[in-house]
Structure formats: structure tokens, C-alpha cells
Design a protein around this ligand. Sequence first.
Ligand code: PLP
Length: 411
Amino acid sequence: MEQLAINGGTPVRTEPFPRWPVWGPEEEQALLDVLHSGRWGIGGTKVPEFEAAFARFHDAQYGVCVTNGTAALGIALRAAGVGPGDEFIIPPYTFVATATAGLALGAIPVFADIDPETYTLDPKSVESRITERTKAIIAVHIGGCPADMDALPDLARRHGLTLIEDAAQAHTASWRGRHVGAIGDMGTFSFQSSKNLTAGEGGIILTDDEELADRCWSIHNVGRVREGAWYQHESWGSNYRMTEWQAAILLAQMPRLEEQSARREENARYLGEQMSKLGLRPLTRDPRVTQHAWHLFIFRYDPQIARGASREEFVRAMRAEGIPCSVGYVPLYATNAVRRGTEDNLRWAGRDPSEIEELHRPCPVAERACYQESIWLPQNVLLGTKEDMDSIAEAAAKVLRLLEPESTPTG
Ligand SMILES: Cc1ncc(COP(=O)(O)O)c(C=O)c1O
């Protein structure tokens, strides 16, 4: 009799999905070139070359490479003039850095809910959270899916706010045919190990605004100015410079980006169809999303399709069948880091820490996504074959057929 792998049965698959990252002789040569150049940091050619190439690819005029995506967000916020006591609006459904980058500046994260169909910022919810203290909005292109880049720029313009795109997960993504990153005032990317373009660590800020680009450049380079003297420090900054090693790897990785993206798009479309047939609902794609970066393949689970088995039970059973899925984020306002950081910053701004209850009002859609509904598959899975996608659907069908709930669902 057929049995689930968690109950001792044979897993649907035992072979791994495609390796990530991908590399070849190009990366080896690029690293040797840097080694032999003797210029491993400032003064090398690879960082400026990559800044120009990535900015061009992402339809932006300027790029400033930095140490990582968290630093990129912090620098962008600071370049926008966000400082102690200022509020910035973010979704709770994102990586912790979207909040902590601003907390590090003494600013206060305020949460707006996400859209139930796309999990990106709901512009109406954002509008309801704007106060006279609001300075910026961070639109997160979650899982590689662009947020509403018609409504959010319009909202930011009407209220005189800076719009930053957190595109850490969105290399190659586009909205109405324009790559994300400089649709808002600034956009930030991460090149950390899991990302669709990676050097192990790294980040970049993109913008079309020369003044913002210069401010970011200065902040990332200990307050220097572009044509200034070595010991001329004009503003507060720190050392957030990317190394030549990272830029060399990124330059070697870039030619693979479009082909990998096309493969993810094709597989995600096919997998989405297969999962939908089983009642596992992928997020909805807004027709204005002309390219989805698919850093994550996110689908929504409903216990009713598995006799009340919880999402966690489903995920455990899928993992045992050889499918590397996970449940993803908790709402950021529920993490101790963000809660404590916000209370500290309220106190330092001379405000009552109890104001946090209003600023971090629960966001029901994000709570449902985090605690009940969402399941992730990582991007490397989508670099596989059609047969790999079939094995995911096969495992899901098997689990839905055989999983017996351990506990009575609470609703
Ligand atoms: C949405 C989002 N923002 C920011 C970051 C921070 O990037 P990094 O890990 O490069 O600091 C990440 C990455 O982990 C992310 O997923």
C-alpha cells in the first residue's frame, strides 16, 4: 500500500534540485584577473564596471555598489533624509532588514498590510498609515513580484514622500516593461548567497536622480565626495564599499541572468497550473508584471483540501517526499528585534513607547499569509526541468491524498 515518506514510505524524489549558485571557468578567470591586478578594493575597475552594467540592465542611470542589501536600504533611507523619530512605512511580510535598516537610523517602522492576491504592499493600507511624521515608503518586491508601481509612486508623489523599492529579491523583474529599481526614487538589491544574482554577499542602490546617487556614494564611502581629496569628509558616512572580488563574480554571473530568469518564468507558469489543479493556489500575477523574478514560488494552502491537516503538517510531509518547501516569514512586528528596536527609537525620539500599539497595528492579511497560508519553494527549484516540476506536483498530490491530520484544526 502507498505510504507517505514521513510514515516510512518511499519518497517521491531523492535527487537534489539544481545546485545554487551556478559557476564556471568565467568566475575562475574573473577572480584570477582581480588577483593579478593587485587592486582588490578601492581603485579597481570591476566595481565601476558592474555598477554601470547592472544599472543599464535595470533601466537606471546610476548604481552604487555596497556591502549588502541591508546596507543598501540603510544608505537609501539616509540619503532620503530619514533620521531619528521619522516614520517609514513597510509591509510586515518581508525580511527583517526592511525594518532594521531604518531602525539603525533611529527611525520608526510603521506597518501597512499586503494585498491578499499578490502579498505586495496594499496602497490603500499605506495611505491610511501616512502621518505628518512619515518620510518614506519601502515597497518590497516580494519573492521577485513587483509591488504596484503605478499606485505607490503616485501616492508617494502626492504626499511628498520618498519611495524606495526593496528589490533584494527582484533582479530582472519588470513592471509594464520597465525593470524595477529606479521606478521609485531609489531601489536596493541584495547579492547574498540565496539571491538570483549572487556574489555570496553584496548589494547595490539604483536611482535616476544624480543628487541621490551622489549622496549614496558619499555615505557608502566614509563621507567622501566624488572628485574630493582622500581625507575630505563632507558628511557622516561609513565604509560600505564592495570589494573587487564581489564585482568580478557578479560581472561573470550577469550573462546567465536572463536565461535563468526565462527558465524560472517557464517553470513557474507550468508549476502554477499543476498546483492550481490540486487546490494549492499560487499568488495572482498582476497583468502589469511583465517579468516576475521568481526568487520564491509562493502558493497558498488551505487545510480544507487535506481533511483539516495544518500547513505545517503538509510542509513536513512534502519535505520528507524530497521537496524543499518552507512556511516563510512571521509578521515583522511580531519579532522581538523589531518590537524592541521600535520602542527604543520611540523613547529616544521623546515619544511614548506605548505608541507602538498603534504604529504596529496587526495586519490581518499578512497574519493569514504568515501563520496559515503561505508556502515557499526556493528559486533554484525553478531552474530544473519540466519533470522536476511534475515531481513537485506529484508529491503534493500524494501528500494531499494520504496525509492524516494529527490535530483538530482550529479554523
Ligand atoms: C526583502 C529583503 N530585503 C533586504 C534583504 C537584505 O539583504 P542582505 O542579506 O544582502 O543584507 C533581503 C535579503 O536577505 C531581503 O530578502
